[in-house]
Design a protein around this ligand. Structure first.
Ligand SMILES: *[C@@H]1O[C@H](CO)[C@@H](O)[C@H](O)[C@H]1NC(C)=O
Ligand SMILES: *[C@@H]1O[C@H](CO)[C@@H](O)[C@H](O)[C@H]1NC(C)=O
Ligand SMILES: *[C@@H]1O[C@H](CO)[C@@H](O)[C@H](O)[C@H]1NC(C)=O
Length: 185
């Protein structure tokens, strides 16, 4: 009984230490240092993104076809694209880009990209970076915002730069170099 009370008061005092400011029961302001959120770091990642649309092992699959034949506007493809260290798909796998892209421009070929980079390599294993942005695929360099992340990338923000490495017009397969700059704790 006594030890239960000790534990109870320990938890109570711990939570009051973490809380700075008003406590509204369901919402409270915490001291960020006590969650280990001290210094923000800037990390850079470079990898290759493989949009494989052809063959039996396609990783990019159309789920919505455009309503009109005249334009690609409205097209949506779900992706589970490999992310590799080198430009070859057989090079080391560091993660996957999971999400979708949608043709969002009636004037040009411009995609809305919605994807999570789900890493499997080293300390980044199981951490994710979320990208949501505009990708005008025929531009030499495209930039998309990093809007958040999980695991090591909690509270993250930044940007991703994409450059097409190769595009095979016969198969439609594309290899894109990504450079991602992320601020995180
Ligand atoms: C598809 O993947 C399987 C298993 O990894 C592999 O054996 C096969 O060669 C692949 N096929 C193509 C067309 O890439
Ligand atoms: C779309 O393509 C189909 C078959 O190719 C054709 O019959 C139809 O008229 C086309 N529609 C438009 C709006 O071009
Ligand atoms: C990544 O983590 C998962 C469990 O979350 C584990 O099964 C897997 O082996 C790990 N992969 C690497 C490359 O460490």
């Amino acid at each position: 009984m006594a030890s239960q009370f000790t534990v109870f008061f320990l938890i109570l005092s711990l939570s009051t230490v973490l809380v700075i400011g008003e406590d509204h029961g369901f919402g409270r302001i915490l001291d960020r240092k006590l969650l280990g959120l001290n210094e923000e770091k800037l990390s850079h990642f470079q990898f290759y993104w493989h949009d494989i649309v052809s063959g039996r092992n396609a990783t990019s699959v159309p789920v919505v076809r455009p309503p009109q034949n005249t334009s690609t506007f409205g097209f949506v493809s779900m992706i589970d694209n490999p992310l590799t260290l080198g430009p070859k798909v057989s090079s080391k796998l560091v993660g996957r880009a999971q999400g979708f892209y949608a043709s969002a421009s009636q004037e040009e070929v411009s995609l809305l990209m919605v994807m999570n980079f789900a890493f499997i390599e080293g300390k980044y294993n199981s951490s994710t970076i979320t990208v949501l942005g505009r990708n005008s695929v025929f531009n030499n360099m495209r930039e998309m915002p990093v809007i958040g992340g999980s695991g090591l990338f909690r509270f993250s923000r930044g940007y991703a730069q994409a450059r097409t490495h190769t595009f095979d017009p016969k198969t439609g397969d594309a290899i894109v170099e990504y450079n991602v700059y992320v601020l995180h704790y």
